[in-house]
Design a protein around this ligand. Structure first.
Ligand SMILES: NC(=O)c1ccc[n+]([C@@H]2O[C@H](COP(=O)([O-])OP(=O)(O)OC[C@H]3O[C@@H](n4cnc5c(N)ncnc54)[C@H](OP(=O)(O)O)[C@@H]3O)[C@@H](O)[C@H]2O)c1
Length: 249
């Protein structure tokens, strides 16, 4: 059977850990040339080494996904290396413990710059290229916390609500040009996310006790590969992916 992804080029942001790392590996295993990006260059180089050792093709670009100039540089280096772009996984993001009253307000701006403004800027830059060529995929990592706003981690959830809204707005803007913009909203996934967000380990253990086994990054990666493997006339606009036992959010 023909592999629909062979020979395509993807950018995956937030690829130095967790979900992004797994997405890059899964796409590379499916024959995609992968540009992996995040701030920690040594981690990216380890990932590139692993992909290349497995017979795949990858390049690392260290960049802050909240900074427009660094996103421009990521786009340029991708074009220089691959000469084309087919898939962009807008994955770099971070959580923030607490709600509007209880979260650390000093982190609000940087979280929004990364989760919303930087994500939207990458979508715009990629969208221009994909619209010109008349095909391509943008997959945005939302969250169940943005699907059902809960008091827990509420301001983080609002950033994921916002970027899911932007993704749907862009889908309507570009679908007539053959470009697909999808939002993937995972439930709880074991990664570095919980520590970076400042969630306490006791709460995490309590969720696992209540909900059972969380998702792992590879589960999310398979969903991304599934979304971008659909025939050109089929578009999975949105997907919610939870651990089976997670009732809410
Ligand atoms: N884990 C969950 O339960 C869960 C659930 C739903 C949605 N999500 C979403 O899934 C995405 C990935 O999360 P994860 O679970 O894989 O978290 P993770 O393990 O903490 O990984 C986050 C990735 O984002 C990168 N990153 C963070 N800040 C960045 C910045 N300013 N510029 C560039 N890269 C940055 C990190 O790399 P560097 O530190 O090297 O830059 C890392 O590669 C996020 O958008 C998150 O909101 C996660």
């Amino acid at each position: 059977m023909n592999n629909p992804l062979t020979g395509k080029t993807a950018i995956v942001t937030g690829a130095s850990a967790g979900i992004g790392w797994a997405i890059a590996e899964d796409l590379a295993a499916a024959g995609v040339k992968v540009v992996v990006s995040a701030r920690r260059k040594e981690r990216l180089e380890a990932l590139v080494g692993k992909i290349v050792a497995g017979g795949g093709s990858a390049m690392a670009v260290a960049a802050d996904a909240g900074e427009t100039r660094q996103i421009d540089q990521l786009m340029k280096e991708t074009q220089d290396w691959a000469g084309r772009l087919d898939i962009v996984v807008v994955n770099a993001g971070r959580g923030l413990a607490g709600g509007i009253l209880s979260s650390d307000q000093r982190q609000w701006e940087s979280m929004y710059r990364l989760n919303v403004l930087g994500a939207a800027y990458l979508m715009r830059q990629a969208g221009e290229i994909l619209c010109q060529q008349g095909c391509g995929d943008i997959v945005v990592l939302g969250s169940v916390s943005g699907h059902h706003i809960s008091p827990f981690s509420g301001f983080y959830g609002s950033s994921k609500w916002a970027i899911a809204g932007a993704a749907e707005a862009m889908r309507r803007e570009v679908c007539g040009k053959g470009v697909r913009v999808s939002t993937l909203k995972p439930g709880i996934v074991t990664s570095e996310f919980q520590a970076a967000a400042g969630y306490d380990t006791e709460s995490f253990k309590a969720w696992v006790k209540k909900w059972g086994q969380p998702l792992n990054p590879a589960d999310v990666a398979r969903a991304v590969t599934f979304i971008v493997s659909q025939p050109g006339h089929v578009h999975i606009n949105e997907m919610v992916l939870r651990p089976t036992g997670q009732d809410y959010p």
